[in-house]
Design a protein around this ligand. Structure first.
Ligand code: ADP
Length: 406
């Protein structure tokens, strides 16, 4: 491929503790040149799945660290005809999970910014260090391409004080930056923007609820263009029932697990983040398997599903009251975009609140933004595919464009 085609494209990197998702995308035309994911980084049998020019390959090989994964990824790009070093990339856009109170706009990565992200890593010890490794790898292997950090917390930085504050000792909270930050912000912002576009209405006039239901899951309430509440808190553990995370629970449980069950902090961390949620309840965290099991009469899958839906309805109800008037409720991410039964059950029997789902529209499978409510539903219910990579690429390109412009 000629470098002209990729000139201005953004390489989006989303580094997790043992994974690296990536996409090379042209922010203006939305053309995706290649994408992939490296998993089990650090293991002798790490794998990388790479899709470029219509062909998809999976390779298994040892990748000791993220630097090796980025190097290997660059090799796969080159095999497909794209030399990332000379492709004319405008930026590498990094998803950074926690921006703390410092970062609420996409930010050009400099040594000072790296120091500050490192400093606030204590707020997201599972996530930010991995993001930093991705940043370091990109800076080493693509030294001429500027890196931009796009923060998952940014969209929620101005949550009203009443929504952002935990009811604990103020001195302790202030000293240790304990407050609700919210996550999945890039997705909530993108999807709520797309919803306004779909409805042909000004973003700033709309009252919206966005339900991002993926493996991680979160809900947000957006009033006149600004989020007023969201379900994730100081960490991505709070809120909805997720694939492997518990979401809300009585903090007394943590004390009990430590004091009575004698689990250490790391064990409790693993229990609540990796062995809870749907997985903890029924042994599965993939909704496709859970649905199959439920259809086959599996009781624990049914129970997990009911608990998931119950929590979701609780948040929807709370946000309807907080917003006062709701114009649109939008489902997004893996579960929200694909699981018609979740959408139907989350909003079942709410006709008296102006919500009517059209069963036929809801059952339709599509990758396009769509309305699944009936024509006479007072509230529009939408399904809008999220695209965090595109959102990150656009924001990164904007930062680089404005910094080079002056
Ligand atoms: P994340 O980015 O948080 O890893 P995704 O948004 O990709 O998550 O969502 C992943 C989840 O979406 C899977 O775990 C699965 O439960 C669900 N999912 C994906 N496809 C389908 C489908 N066709 N039907 C039901 N659920 C699905």
């Amino acid at each position: 491929m000629s470098a002209a085609a990729t000139a201005g494209a953004v390489l989006v990197l989303n580094a997790g503790s043992s994974s690296l998702k990536y996409q090379l995308v042209q922010p203006d035309t939305e053309e995706v040149f290649a994408e992939g994911i490296a998993e089990r980084i650090g293991d002798h049998d790490a794998s990388i799945t790479h899709e470029q020019a219509g062909s998809k390959t999976t390779e298994i090989r040892a990748m000791p660290d993220h630097l090796a994964a980025v190097e290997f990824m660059m090799g796969l790009f080159a095999e497909g005809g794209i030399d990332l070093g000379t492709a004319g990339l405008s930026a590498v856009g990094h998803r950074v999970v926690h921006g703390g109170r410092t970062f609420y706009e996409p930010t050009l990565i400099t040594p000072e910014v790296i120091s500050e992200i490192t400093r606030i890593s204590s707020l997201a010890p599972l996530h930010n260090p991995a993001n930093l490794i991705g940043i370091a790898a990109a800076r080493e292997l693509l030294p001429d391409v500027p890196s931009v950090g796009v923060f998952d917390t940014a969209f929620f930085h101005a949550l009203p004080d009443a929504a952002a504050t935990y009811a604990i000792d103020r001195g302790v909270a202030d000293l240790h930056a304990i407050r609700r930050y919210g996550f999945h912000g890039t997705s909530h912002e993108y999807v709520s923007g797309q919803a306004a576009e779909f409805l042909g209405r000004p973003y700033d006039d709309l009252h919206q609820i966005v339900l991002h239901l993926g493996n991680g899951a979160s809900a947000s309430a957006i009033s006149d263009g600004a989020p007023i509440d969201t379900s994730m808190g100081m960490t991505p553990l709070e809120g909805l029932v997720m694939g492997t995370r518990s979401g809300d629970l009585d903090p007394g449980i943590v004390l009990h697990l430590n004091r009575v069950v004698h689990l250490g902090v790391d064990q409790i961390d693993t229990l609540l983040n990796k062995q809870s949620g749907l997985k903890g309840l029924c042994g599965e965290n993939d909704f496709r398997t859970i649905t199959e099991k439920m259809d086959a009469g599996d009781e624990s899958a049914r129970r997990a599903y009911d608990i998931y839906i119950n929590r979701l309805r609780k948040y929807i109800g709370a946000y309807m009251i907080q917003l006062g008037r709701v114009d649109a409720i939008t489902f997004t991410a893996g579960v929200g975009e694909n699981a018609a039964s979740v959408r139907a059950d989350a909003l079942a029997d709410l006709e008296m609140y102006g919500i009517r789902i059209d069963a036929e529209r809801n059952a339709l499978r599509s990758r396009e933004p769509r309305r699944i409510s009936t024509a006479d539903s007072a509230i529009d219910v939408l399904v809008i595919p999220t695209n965090e990579e595109l959102a990150i690429a656009r924001q990164a390109a904007e930062v680089v464009g404005s910094s080079s412009a002056g």
